[in-house]
Design a protein around this ligand. Structure first.
Ligand SMILES: C[S@@+](CC[C@H](N)C(=O)[O-])C[C@H]1O[C@@H](n2cnc3c(N)ncnc32)[C@H](O)[C@@H]1O
Length: 454
């Protein structure tokens, strides 16, 4: 690892006699974590089934360290969305958002979706979750992770914070700004972050973070909670951004947040004009806990007006076009899912409750993706399979352990039974669709996800 010389000088000046321990941490093995997806399995059940040796992460209920030699990303349970592989310190952020079922929550800088999927598990499929990502390619990955984790109540957009702020003034109960940053806290994990670092980039990041935060502030309703986080150490991007923000926006105040062993406090002495209570913010240090570097601030909006009338998304009124879906639903579900439908081209979705109009926004996913409304037939989506449990459908196919890999490679499986769509399961967890006809279960595992060469 080639740490930038200017970075080391800066950290030495800040950390003084702590610097040696900090520096040494770069040469210690990084800790790996996974977070159990409680939308699909309880923590206790997962621990019983887990093929990995796990150790509890103290600061997150669903989080566990796994051993370096394990490969949880290459296990069928990963494809079934039973867990999300996430850096242990990053899991602290989702906890601090503390989202509740039924709320309206925005994750403004969301890709690849570590924190979005954590927030969604807390919301338990109830409420409205808007996951936004400015970079189109990253937004697609975000959408795929939302799909794999079986999340039904999320809308995915590919927008700038400013355009969202125009559409959603004073709207959300909670907002997360997991800001793009200089990534100093990830140097041990990410050589690119290390290579791209410069003092100029730190200044640029701080200015961009200020803009993003100001837009986020306008989308929060009075009484709402705004969480700001970075994975960098630089005081300019952390205490500096928050102090500057508080000076310019008197509607907000800092909340003191629960600190776990090894969590440090925001530093008043590291920037000029620091907010007097900046020590309410948290710093996670790699030499003090088993995780990478992070900074977290929790703010509440104490003042402001709640926006009056809202324009809601237009839902599908003429349900005649849903003839084939209705037939599929009758044959497939034990109990019909209830909600408002929306068609995007030939793609059918169910909107989360209280979805505002998405007109003229770049939307990748306006809600729960049900499938494709093809001419004279309906084809269920992979997202639908991943969000269903065996007990919700009439036909399941629990795949034999020696056939799992062939299914994931896209091969068909010999099968006997009545014709139609089957929810394919691994150990009772849905992993995709299969369509049975003529003693064959035709494979509908998406081409892009197949285990080619794994
Ligand atoms: C730290 S990452 C987010 C990680 C994500 N929250 C997670 O837990 O998986 C920051 C994200 O902000 C996005 N971003 C970059 N510039 C931005 C801008 N000007 N406004 C909003 N987001 C931006 C980046 O593309 C990146 O995906």
């Amino acid at each position: 690892m080639n740490l930038p010389a200017n970075f080391l000088v800066k950290m030495k000046n800040l950390l003084k006699n702590e610097y040696e321990d900090f520096y040494k941490s770069y040469y210690e093995p990084k800790k790996q974590g996974l977070r159990v997806n409680t939308l699909k399995i309880s923590i206790d059940d997962f621990l019983e089934k887990s093929p990995f040796k796990l150790e509890k992460i103290p600061w997150v209920k669903e989080g566990f360290f796994y051993q370096d030699e394990e490969r949880p990303g290459k296990h069928p349970y990963h494809e079934a969305g039973l867990y999300y592989i996430q850096e242990p310190s990053a899991m602290a952020v989702g906890e601090m958002v503390d989202a509740k079922p039924g709320e309206k929550v925005l994750d403004l800088c969301a890709a690849p979706g570590g924190k979005t999927t954590h927030i969604a598990s807390k919301m338990n499929q109830e409420g409205f979750l808007l996951a936004n990502e400015i970079h189109p390619a990253r937004a697609k990955i975000l959408s795929q992770n939302i799909e794999r984790m079986g999340i039904k109540n999320a809308v995915v957009t590919n927008e700038t914070p400013a355009r969202l702020a125009e559409r959603f003034p004073d709207y959300f109960d909670r907002i997360l700004v997991d800001a793009p940053c200089s990534g100093e806290g990830m140097f041990r994990k990410d050589q690119d972050a290390c290579d791209e670092w410069s003092l100029e980039n730190v200044a640029l990041c701080a200015s961009r973070q200020g803009d993003i935060l100001a837009n986020a502030a306008n989308m929060l309703k009075p009484g709402g909670r705004l969480v700001y986080s970075t994975c960098t150490f630089s005081p300019e991007e952390n205490e500096g951004v928050i102090s500057h923000f508080l000076k310019n926006d008197s509607r907000f105040k800092l909340e003191r947040i629960e600190a776990y062993e090894g969590f440090g406090k925001g530093r008043e002495d590291w920037i000029p004009d620091a907010a007097s209570d900046i020590d309410k913010t948290l710093r996670l240090w790699p030499h003090k806990l088993q995780g990478e570097g992070h900074y977290i601030a929790v703010l509440t909006k104490i003042d402001g007006e709640e926006e009056g009338k809202r324009k809601y998304a237009e839902v599908l009124r003429d349900q005649k076009v849903l003839k084939d879906y209705t037939q599929f639903a009758k044959e497939t579900f034990i109990k019909q899912p209830q909600g408002d439908f929306i068609l995007f081209g030939d793609q059918l979705y169910m909107l989360p409750n209280e979805t505002l109009s998405l007109k003229n926004l770049k939307v990748l996913r306006p809600g729960w993706h049900l499938g494709t409304n093809k001419k004279n037939r309906f084809e269920p989506s992979h997202a639908l399979a991943l969000s269903l449990k065996g007990e919700e459908v009439k036909h399941t196919w629990n795949i034999a352990s020696d056939e799992i890999e062939s299914y994931l490679r896209g091969e068909s499986i010999s099968a006997k039974g009545s014709k139609g769509w089957y929810l394919v399961e691994v150990d009772g967890f849905s992993i995709g669709w299969g369509k049975l006809a003529g003693d064959m279960l035709k494979n509908h595992y998406p081409k892009g996800l197949r285990w080619v060469g794994k």
